[in-house]
Design a protein around this ligand. Structure first.
Ligand code: G3P
Length: 222
């Protein structure tokens, strides 16, 4: 997948659920065409199929469970997600933490099925642990800055820089993203300057008065 990349995590905001999820995915698609920057979405499981039918942007699952088909009520099965059209998975988000062994299992099943993995981490140490599992992306997000509007790339640049340096030592192929509080062109510019290959973000775009305009602004200084 081409970087720099913007991944918009739809979480469970009403502004990015159901019909609104589809509209937001269409905004991402037109912002991607206009800017030439890769824009991907991680909508809720129930919205994935409709969005993959009606747009061409890469779609990620917000979570995959480490299960095989069978008796696992309430779980997200990777095979079903792939049939719905996902190209990637978000794993271990701070709002949906996983055990290291389960992250490993899902990264392996994603690779077998040609789906890329984005493992979220909360600091440099967990980023290092995640990188040893060989995902395509590690996305570092200090939990206290999530939803705060205070951008990690400006408030805690050492976490982004440190993650890039240590992850690259372990695994040259794994790319680093950063997230938490990112919303403006300056925030994204700072993230790329620190060595990140893109951003993972949510509220700054989802809750903006005009999400499409906010997306164009986000990538305006690349
Ligand atoms: O997954 C992205 C996220 O946790 C960051 O959230 O609202 O600070 O952009 P936000």
């Amino acid at each position: 997948i081409k970087t720099p990349i913007v991944i918009l995590n739809f979480k469970t905001y009403l502004e990015s659920s159901g019909e609104n999820a589809l509209n937001l995915a269409k905004d991402l698609e037109s912002a991607a065409i206009e800017s030439g920057i890769t824009m991907a979405a991680a909508p809720q499981a129930t919205d994935i199929f409709r969005i993959t039918q009606e747009t061409d942007i890469p779609i990620l699952a917000q979570h995959i469970d480490p299960i095989n088909p069978g008796g696992h009520t309430g779980s997200n099965l990777i095979d079903c997600m792939i049939e719905s059209g996902i190209k990637g998975t978000l794993l271990n988000h701070s709002e949906k933490r996983m055990k290291l062994s389960d992250i490993d299992e899902v990264i392996k099943s994603s690779k077998e099925r040609d789906v890329f993995s984005v493992v979220c981490t909360n600091n440099i140490e967990t980023s290092v642990a995640a990188a040893t599992l060989n995902p395509e992306f590690v996305a570092v997000e200090p939990p206290e800055l999530i939803g705060s509007g205070i951008p990690v790339s400006q408030a805690e640049p050492e976490i982004v820089e440190g993650t890039v340096a240590k992850v690259k030592k372990i695994n040259k192929k794994t790319e680093v993203l950063c997230g938490a509080g990112i919303s403006t062109g300056d925030d994204m510019h700072a993230a790329l300057d620190l060595g990140a290959s893109g951003v993972l973000l949510a509220s700054g775009i989802i809750l903006a008065d005009n999400p499409k305009e906010a997306l164009i602004n986000l990538v305006s200084k690349i």
